[in-house]
Design a protein. Structure first.
Length: 121
């Protein structure tokens, strides 16, 4: 899906966070106040993914958004939202957004960073 969305293949220097998914220090791990969702079709093919992690897990983004998120620890950021092109406009993206919103609320986040937008949960 990375290739389909961005036009280039996986790069460890850009996509290395995906390699850390099973590790406890992964920004997507529950103990790090993160989550990663994978939706499968009936044949167990991945049709969509979405990650949620603490905004504070990326100090560079905290610095970029200074003033927009007075308490970066209460803000989440979303990552790795991909929907297979064959499943777009079928509600898959909405399911992923709802899963992230529910998880974010349960983790105590009150807003989410989304490409320089501040969205309330």
């Amino acid at each position: 899906m990375i290739n389909e969305v961005y036009g280039y293949s996986y790069r460890p220097d850009w996509h290395g966070d995906l390699d850390t998914l099973p590790e406890q220090d992964s920004p997507y791990f529950p103990e790090q106040r993160g989550a990663f969702f994978v939706l499968l079709n009936a044949e167990d093919d991945i049709i969509g993914t979405a990650g949620l992690r603490a905004l504070s897990s990326r100090p560079d983004i905290v610095a970029l958004t200074k003033g927009r998120f007075p308490n970066p620890d209460s803000a989440a950021s979303h990552w790795r939202m991909y929907v297979d092109s064959r499943y777009r406009r079928m509600g898959v993206g909405r399911v992923l957004i709802d899963l992230r919103r529910e998880a974010g609320t349960e983790m105590g986040y009150d807003s989410i960073y989304n490409d320089l937008l501040q969205l309330p949960f």
